[in-house]
Write a protein that binds this ligand. Structure first.
Ligand code: HEM
Length: 331
């Protein structure tokens, strides 16, 4: 019996098998098992239809938003090592981080730019879901979850804005939170607010700031919201969102039974190609078209049947011309 090679002795060991449950040979079944057996990969289905990988359809914006959320979590935790959320230290800690900590400027800017980008990509994702009609049945619930995710994303961005504790931060948040005064029922200047007993020292703005102005109490509240409450809440909703994408039958796309839409190219009648006639010159310089030689079939040869068209393309399969918008769901 041939002796096992060194790599075989590793991959056949019990320790290896306890970690990697399937051999890595490239077969369809193995690829599925590897996805199923991996805690991170199993969030994906083991097989996805081809249209779900079409970046032209999804724009990849949901995935990019999630990636940015992960970048924000990692860089945010790094920033927490250097930042103290008190009026005394916050501003100086940011300056120290930026100018004295190795890669501090890089870390801060990664966090800042990813935050700006995430706000943009979440909006774009919502726009694409709307444009492809993916909010329709059976995905209405996930659209609702998405609206909550958008709100949480904006709140994360807003609460983070105060943390550098510079003039820009303080006055931006002063302007932003002033709007809370006008909240219906809960703001002291909002519709029915005063009637319900709302005052500047007990309304929703007061609850948000921990006072009537943006001060140290507001800083610690925004910090806790920014690093604990909102990230945990958004993580839970992202999990529900992803789970729901799978339960709703994966990413939306053209219905499997939809007839292919006639493309402008397929609908256009083909122009006959111009036939080039070969010309020969005689000895006296006159140009004459050549005469095609008649091809004589041998008498024994059977007449060739007209070749049937093979349904290679979806267009070739349908006998009738496809109706426009045939893939639209019947309302
Ligand atoms: C933190 C924010 C969000 C993240 C990380 C996220 C992530 C994702 C991902 C990865 C998908 C799979 C398809 C794709 O990439 O396009 C998806 C699908 C979907 N998302 Fe979001 N999303 C977020 C916010 C939103 C918002 C704001 C809405 C709408 C209000 C929304 C509504 C939907 C719907 C309806 C689907 C299913 C689309 C389909 O089946 O084609 N999501 N989301």
């Amino acid at each position: 019996m041939a002796k096992d090679s060194f790599s075989d002795s590793i991959t056949k060991s019990q320790i290896w098998k306890s970690i990697f449950r399937h051999p890595y040979e490239d077969s369809s079944r193995n690829r599925m098992l590897q996805v199923l057996d991996n805690v991170f990969l199993h969030l994906h289905p083991t097989k996805v239809p081809k249209y779900a990988t079409d970046v032209g359809f999804t724009w990849g914006m949901g995935g990019i938003s999630f990636l940015l959320f992960l970048v924000l979590t990692v860089t945010g935790v790094m920033l927490m090592f250097y930042y103290r959320p008190t009026a005394e230290f916050a501003y100086n800690d940011m300056k120290y981080l930026q100018h004295d900590v190795p890669f501090g400027m890089f870390m801060r800017n990664m966090h800042r730019w990813s935050a700006h980008l995430m706000v943009i990509t979440v909006w774009l994702h919502m726009f694409r879901v709307f444009m492809t009609g993916s909010y329709k049945s059976p995905r209405e619930f996930n659209w609702g979850v998405g609206v909550i995710l958008l709100t949480l994303t904006l709140l994360l961005s807003f609460t983070g804005y105060l943390l550098p504790w510079d003039q820009l931060a303080i006055w931006a948040v002063t302007v932003g939170t002033n709007m809370a005064r006008a909240t219906p029922l809960l703001g002291n200047e909002g519709p029915l607010g005063p009637e319900l007993g709302m005052r500047p020292d007990n309304d929703v703005r007061f609850a948000l700031l921990g006072g009537t102005v943006v001060g140290p109490a507001a800083l610690i509240r925004f910090y806790v919201l920014h690093v604990i409450f909102l990230p945990i809440t958004i993580s839970i909703f992202i999990a529900v969102h992803f789970w729901r994408v799978r339960k709703d039958g994966g990413i939306s796309g053209p219905r499997p039974d939809a007839k292919p839409r006639p493309t402008p190219i397929a609908a256009k009648p083909k122009r006959p190609r111009p036939v080039k006639k070969a010309v020969v010159k005689t000895d006296d310089g006159v140009e004459k078209p050549t005469v095609a030689k008649a091809t004589v079939k041998p008498a024994t040869e059977k007449p060739v049947e007209a070749a049937k068209p093979t349904p290679a393309t979806p267009e070739a399969k349908s006998e009738k011309p496809a109706e426009p918008n045939a893939d639209k769901e019947k309302e």
